[in-house]
Design a protein around this ligand. Structure first.
Ligand SMILES: NC(=O)c1ccc[n+]([C@@H]2O[C@H](COP(=O)([O-])OP(=O)(O)OC[C@H]3O[C@@H](n4cnc5c(N)ncnc54)[C@H](O)[C@@H]3O)[C@@H](O)[C@H]2O)c1
Length: 285
């Protein structure tokens, strides 16, 4: 399929986009990267690339091989992409990712805070403090660092920009076993709104996308975890999920990717500070 056949927002041609946590196969980050690349953006796939301690095992992170595969796929469809190792917990690496965009492609127009941990899920009575810290740090501190250093570079360049934070249905509603995850994603709403207030004067729009369940690598882990915890088994658990979603199916990676492209486009130029549900009607506030 030719690259140009996907173009819906011509104004995105040549824009430079950095996406954090985008290195994992079948993740939301991969889908957003491929969609933005198909719109003509130059995309930088960032992720940690290798296991980083007990809470970030190789089975749950984007490896360098997976990052390279996504870059190769984008190039094979006629797009432009690079990869860059960036642990969102490390301010120097986040700052370096913003600089890499400018050094490699001459700009930084879009920054997507997608990196997240959603697999440390336990009741509060069983949750270790270091597990709480790991989730809050990646999901919230990592997003703060992404906003801070992306905005710093965008202000310096003087062309405005778009910052997208990947929240969750857990940004709006409570989920048992997900105290740290739910807290981090609720916190992201506040961070999104304050950032929009402060950065509007620089023509930087800051918005959040709140997807419901998507069966990514992380989503597959959640399905098996909660099928077991609820005692429903996989098929009943998934059927119950479909039954409660007005549009009758869980989210797809492409649903979030479409919302991301829209929020980066001129069609969304007057939208900022918004925490937008992409949930088939499952979440409505
Ligand atoms: N899958 C879902 O159902 C769902 C629903 C709503 C929101 N989300 C959110 O979407 C985002 C992407 O999740 P996904 O489902 O695609 O899962 P995923 O596991 O494919 O993606 C998460 C990525 O974050 C990366 N990451 C973790 N710690 C990092 C760190 N310190 N620095 C840099 N990268 C780091 C991982 O390596 C991984 O590539 C997350 O923020 C998640 O909370 C997912």
């Amino acid at each position: 399929m030719s690259q140009t056949s996907h173009i819906q927002y011509p104004e995105l041609q040549g824009k430079v986009a950095v996406i954090t946590g985008a290195g994992r196969h079948a993740g939301l980050g991969e889908a957003m990267a491929k969609r933005l690349a198909a719109e003509g953006c130059k995309v930088i796939i960032t992720d940690i690339g290798k296991a980083a301690g007990a809470h970030m095992p190789e089975s749950a992170i984007g490896t360098t091989d997976e990052m390279q595969k996504i870059v190769d796929d984008i190039k094979a469809s006629g797009g432009e992409a690079s990869s860059f190792i960036c642990n969102v917990l490390n301010p120097d690496e986040v700052k370096a990712a913003a600089q890499f965009a400018v050094d490699t492609y001459g700009s930084l127009d879009i920054w997507v805070n997608n990196a997240g941990i959603g697999y440390l899920m336990k009741p509060i009575l069983e949750m270790d403090v270091d597990e709480w810290d790991a989730v809050l740090n990646v999901n919230l501190r990592g997003t703060f660092l992404g906003i801070k250093f992306a905005a710093e570079k965008m202000v310096e360049l003087g062309n405005g920009g778009k910052i997208i934070n990947i929240g969750s249905q857990a940004s709006k509603s409570a989920f048992a076993h997900a105290s740290a995850y739910t807290t981090s994603k609720h916190g992201m709403n506040g961070l999104t709104r304050v950032s929009a207030q402060e950065l509007g004067q620089y023509k930087i729009n800051v918005n959040e996308i709140c997807p419901n369940h998507v069966t990514t690598g992380l989503g597959a882990w959640q399905n098996s975890h909660f099928s077991e915890v609820t005692g429903k088994g996989h098929d009943k658990y998934m059927q119950d999920m479909r039954d409660r979603i007005p549009l009758g199916r869980p989210g797809l990676q492409e649903d979030t990717a479409k919302a991301c492209a829209f929020l980066c486009s001129d069609q969304a130029s007057y939208i900022t500070g918004e925490c937008m549900n992409v949930s088939g009607g499952e979440e409505y506030h």
